[in-house]
Design a protein. Structure first.
Length: 133
């Protein structure tokens, strides 16, 4: 994959942007969420088996980006892994990490995706906080 190496520095201003990710858990239909660096390291989140899950999220996101490049698509919006129990995993690429959301079984997928995208746009449109997500 042709992308610059991922680097992140933890600074005081970045903490404020990181706290915005906690708002993801307040969206109706979110059971768990993870914010994961490309190497699988956890930046934020809540959920079970975090260490194991986050490496798989990073690999899946990187593979989604590779598929995007292979087929010449301009954007990778999100990737969904469906489960029989309806608690689907949705992975959203950010500029230097991935957001993965586990959907509550009863939540409508289109509404959840729209609300997460709205929150991500709000986070990304904030004045520069020292963090590019």
């Amino acid at each position: 994959i042709d992308r610059p190496p991922f680097e992140i520095e933890l600074r005081e201003p970045q903490m404020a942007a990181g706290l915005d990710f906690e708002k993801i858990s307040t969206i109706d239909g979110v059971k768990n969420f993870y914010v994961v660096k490309h190497d699988g390291a956890v930046l934020a989140g809540q959920g079970d088996r975090t260490d194991t899950v986050c490496h798989c999220i990073a690999l899946s996101g990187l593979n989604g980006d590779a598929i995007r490049l292979l087929f010449g698509y301009s954007k990778f919006n999100f990737m969904v892994f469906s489960r029989q129990c309806q608690e689907n995993l949705i992975i959203f690429p950010l500029s230097n990490c991935f957001l993965a959301v586990v959907k509550e079984a009863s939540a409508p997928m289109p509404n959840l995706i729209q609300k997460v995208n709205e929150l991500l746009q709000a986070i990304q449109s904030k004045p520069n906080t020292g963090q590019n997500i």
